[in-house]
Design a protein around this ligand. Sequence first.
Ligand SMILES: NC(=O)c1ccc[n+]([C@@H]2O[C@H](COP(=O)([O-])OP(=O)(O)OC[C@H]3O[C@@H](n4cnc5c(N)ncnc54)[C@H](O)[C@@H]3O)[C@@H](O)[C@H]2O)c1
Length: 323
Amino acid sequence: MLPINVLIIINMNKKWVLVLGGCGYIGTNICEDLLKNRFNVIAYDLNPGQSGSFLELYPNSYKHIQGVVSDLPTLVQVVTEHQIMLVMHLVSTMVPSSGYDKYLEEQKNIIVPSIELIKTFTDLGVNKLMFFSSGGTIYGNNGNSVNSELSSCQPINYYGLAKQQLENYLLMNHESLGLDYLIIRPSNPYGKNKKISSLQGLIPLVMSKLKNNQIIEVWGDGESTRDYIYIDDLAALITEIIKKNTWNEIYNIGTGEGTSINQIIEIAKAVTSKDVLVEYIEARSVDVPKNVLNINKLEGLIGKHQLLSVKQGMKLLWKAMAN
Ligand SMILES: NC(=O)c1ccc[n+]([C@@H]2O[C@H](COP(=O)([O-])OP(=O)(O)OC[C@H]3O[C@@H](n4cnc5c(N)ncnc54)[C@H](O)[C@@H]3O)[C@@H](O)[C@H]2O)c1
């Protein structure tokens, strides 16, 4: 056993990725991919999630610290006790259907504390931050059905507005304080480890309805189209981006392909060999009819990657749901 002072020096030489919200759906999958790629990861989250299994598998390169983003003293302690190479921000309690009250709650518990946190981290010399925005809602009703990072951002729901706020803060902060940012705009991830009870995610919802022989309720005519990406692909693309060590950019992350709700239901029926009743109800005002991401900029950075088709991804999900 090495003496304590030697252990502390070794620890300080180790570089860590600090993942705020690292025990949520996307965070868990990103942590897993980073750990497989030999990064050291600290997942900071209100909930422990699957941290127990990561601690067993990666005892020397994974830590879970339980806490909220508004707990500035604890987070200051975390960054002063570790060499942080990058902070990833995945903390949110909103979904596209969240209303005004939830938006106010998010301001109080997440947006304002995150602004304070980013300022404090920058002052402490932690100057690289990757923020998870939303490719599905940030563009809103801008008149385009395919959006590149240069498309105008006109969110039509509180969730998109909250994302735009933190994006703008990061852009301003880069100019005024020199914080290096990466803004990630993921499309619609789906796949393993998703809580079916959560409000975000059409594909797991459709699959669980089929599994439980329940009626599927569709808002609108079912032609609403989104860009669905399998969660493992999303996590792997994030790791690739981190390896490029490029900063002060915005990246859409999706497949560049659109699939409608009606198509998802047809694929689900084919994949599960089950039939389902569909009830069409009034469309929601918080949804745009079509949003597919242009991923040329991402491909320019990391090259073209073979991503799973929706059918391949749904087959994997169906298998995972059977176990
Ligand atoms: N899931 C999607 O479809 C999707 C799509 C695009 C962007 N995003 C964004 O990506 C990020 C991660 O999404 P997700 O689906 O993993 O969400 P999630 O809800 O599964 O994860 C968020 C995590 O944040 C934690 N958290 C909540 N409040 C906290 C607080 N005050 N302090 C510390 N931790 C707190 C939760 O415990 C949870 O583990 C979010 O910012 C989300 O808006 C999600």
